[in-house]
Design a protein around this ligand. Structure first.
Ligand code: SPQ
Length: 426
């Protein structure tokens, strides 16, 4: 894909469903009794991987005319899959499903693509093993493939060294099947979609400061869920609206859960013009429409408790920082190294090629903004967030920006390029 400078972006876009919430809706719907109907489900490859895994464990799931209908098997109704469960590129599928599989009465294997086979799974194997789980990294390298031998679990109180919703959710899902309460304490609160959806499905879950506690469930009851738009997908349009001159965008249906809205707080600190309309709550999650206008931005410092609330938006924040006056420091973000790619290295390498003044640090990056960028050949490393971030950078840079592996946006935002094109003022 090739991108060039554009003069203005105008119009409105409705953001597709949230990836994290779509995964969780399939998982809880499959474990519930009765029918769960999901509207605005994200039809991205990651969420379709989750759907296929549960189908392969005997759950009947229809996906047509924009509605996903799950005929749940109940808490103890999953069936042993015939083959290895294919998680594709999805860390969320791998880690959350491991928590569920650890408690089943069958053995199965999970595996995914080359990127998944490099992502650390020790972070879930350790706590799940403390609950009694029997999980083996087949190549003994702490990564997938994982062989999971289902077994009865007991509750624990786990103090997680990382603020990770995947670690927390994996343990809480296992806790549904345990013989007593299960708690997870994390250094900072990570996204809380599992906790909110547990409550929505009638599970007894409580939260206090950075601890979430689940009581083992007797049953979950099928629900109707409307998935809010994904703020991580909206982030590219927010950034584009702020950086491209003469722009005004109405970005509709954005999930603004406070455990995910760090990008909005950072934009505000950078001097962005963003206003909220039509605030509401859908299926237990807050949403709003956002009006974004071209703004002069200034650098900022990002670290500590805000990091988990914007972890997937750091690549696009790094692009924003290049177009801001002054210095932006991003720290406490070492988790970026273990995403679909090493997002610190890949951002620094590619932005340097475009002429940015950016330095990698151990836990983030330092960007001296205000230097014009020029086009370059960008290797996305097949990381959807990298491809989308550089597409936006290309709209504000001199010359051509060519993105290799651009099709990887299918993971979380299949219609991304078309939706962007539709907003360009010709
Ligand atoms: O599913 P995957 O591949 O891990 O997806 C990513 C992404 O960029 O889409 C991370 F690479 O999002 C994670 C996010 O970083 C999704 C997620 C969730 O749904 O619980 C939580 C975050 O990961 P973590 O490791 O901080 O728990």
């Amino acid at each position: 894909m090739i991108f060039q400078k554009v003069n203005a972006l105008k119009g409105e876009i409705t953001i597709p469903g949230d990836k994290s919430i779509s995964h969780r809706a399939i998982m809880l719907g499959s474990l519930a009794e009765g029918v769960t109907e999901i509207s605005n489900f994200l039809q991205g490859a990651d969420c379709l991987s989750t759907m296929e895994c549960f189908r392969n464990m005997g759950v009947s799931i229809e996906n047509k005319n924009g509605l996903v209908t799950i005929h749940g098997n109940g808490l103890h109704g999953l069936k042993q899959p015939k083959d290895t469960l294919d998680v594709g590129n999805s860390g969320t599928t791998t880690r959350l499903m491991s928590g569920i599989l650890a408690a089943q009465n069958f053995t199965c294997t999970l595996n995914g693509d080359a990127s998944i086979q490099k992502r650390p799974m020790g972070r879930i194997i350790t706590p799940l093993s403390q609950m009694g789980a029997d999980i083996l990294s087949v190549k003994d390298n702490g990564c997938a493939p994982l062989k999971i031998i289902g077994t009865p679990l007991h509750g624990i109180h786990y103090k997680s060294p990382v603020a990770s919703a995947q670690v927390k959710s994996s343990i809480l899902l296992a806790g549904l099947f345990a013989d007593g309460e299960t708690s997870v304490t994390e250094p900072y609160v990570s996204r809380n979609h599992t906790e909110l959806m547990f409550r929505y499905f009638g599970v007894d879950i409580s939260t206090k400061e950075t601890t979430a506690t689940v009581t083992p469930a007797d049953k979950l009851v099928g629900q109707k869920i409307i998935v809010p738009g994904d703020i991580s997908s909206a982030a590219y349009f927010i950034a584009a609206g702020l950086m491209v001159p003469n722009s005004e965008l109405l970005i509709k249906n954005v999930g603004i859960n406070p455990t995910r809205d760090g990008i909005l707080r950072v934009c505000e600190a950078m001097g962005a013009s963003i206003s909220y309309e039509n605030k509401q709550e859908i299926s237990g999650e807050p949403t709003a429409d956002l009006v974004v206008k071209t703004s002069s931005l200034k650098g900022t410092t990002i670290g500590g408790s805000i990091i988990p609330t914007l972890i997937d938006e750091i690549p696009i924040i790094a692009i924003l920082a290049c177009f801001a006056e002054g210095t932006t420091v991003i720290k406490d973000a070492q988790e970026l190294k273990v995403k679909e790619s090493n997002r610190i290295d890949v951002m620094v390498e590619n932005l340097t090629k475009m002429g940015a003044d950016i330095t990698a640090t151990d836990d983030g990056m330092i960007i001296h903004g205000g230097k014009p960028l020029h086009g370059a050949e960008i290797d996305s490393k097949l990381d959807h967030r990298i491809a989308m971030s550089f597409a936006i950078a290309g709209l504000c840079s001199e010359g051509e920006t060519k993105i290799l592996g651009a099709e990887c946006v299918n993971i979380s935002f299949p219609n991304f390029y078309q939706d962007l094109e539709d907003l360009v003022v010709k």
